[in-house]
Design a protein around this ligand. Structure first.
Ligand SMILES: Nc1ncnc2c1ncn2[C@@H]1O[C@H](COP(=O)(O)OP(=O)(O)O)[C@@H](O)[C@H]1O
Ligand SMILES: O=C(O)C1=C[C@@H](OP(=O)(O)O)[C@@H](O)[C@H](O)C1
Ligand SMILES: [Mg+2]
Length: 176
């Protein structure tokens, strides 16, 4: 029997990529990886520390290399970081190697879900989170859409329910 195609989650900070991705993997019996967590495991330090030491460019290089490596693994659901799509090579690779799911979310939900986080350096350093998130979305929304096979509006749904809906949609279009 053919194995499941890989599933790659893209979308902004707080969309639920990490949380929902893990649930999708459970439902499908697939492996779950999160590119941020893998970079942290590999380097032994957290993302904020990498931003402090190497700047955003340094982090992006590590992120690009990590996603290239992880995307080679079969039977995998991968949550990417919100800025991973900025890289042309990463976008091409995600498109080519699996099904891309864009978790679309509102600014209000993003704010609610990231307000207390200290591990997102682009927000931790911002004195106006709303403006920062809006500016990031202006640049990135077209990039998310450009590679999305499926766009899911997360709404107020629980992560578990959302994961079920995504699996159903992927099965309906014959990609899971
Ligand atoms: N559908 C959801 N319903 C309620 N809370 C959610 C949902 N998705 C994510 N969260 C919560 O929002 C926060 C950010 O989610 P996370 O998965 O880290 O987002 P991302 O990886 O897209 O930045 C976490 O605390 C998570 O528990
Ligand atoms: O949007 C971004 O540029 C980032 C998003 C974060 O991941 P999440 O989208 O999982 O929060 C993480 O990769 C890093 O802080 C940068
Ligand atoms: Mg995440």
């Amino acid at each position: 029997m053919a194995s499941n195609p890989n599933i790659y989650l893209v979308g902004p900070m707080g969309a639920g990529k990490t949380t929902v991705g893990r649930r999708i993997a459970e439902l499908k019996g697939m492996n779950f990886v999160d590119s941020d967590q893998e970079v942290e495991k590999r380097t032994g330090v957290d993302i904020s520390f990498i931003f402090d030491m190497e700047g955003e460019d340094g982090f992006r290089k590590r992120e690009r290399e990590m996603i290239a490596e992880l995307s080679e693994e079969p039977n995998t659901v991968m949550a990417t970081g919100g800025g991973a799509v900025l890289d042309d090579a990463t976008r091409n690779l995600l498109s080519a190697r699996g099904v891309v799911v864009y978790l679309e979310t509102t600014l209000e939900q993003q704010l609610a879900r990231t307000r207390k986080s200290t591990d997102r350096p682009l927000l931790a350093g911002s004195d106006d989170m709303e403006a920062t998130l809006t500016a990031l979305m202006e640049e990135r929304d077209p990039l998310y859409r450009s590679i999305a096979d499926v766009v899911i509006a997360t709404g107020d749904q629980q992560a578990r329910k959302l994961a079920r809906e995504i699996v159903e949609q992927l099965e309906a279009i014959g990609t899971a």
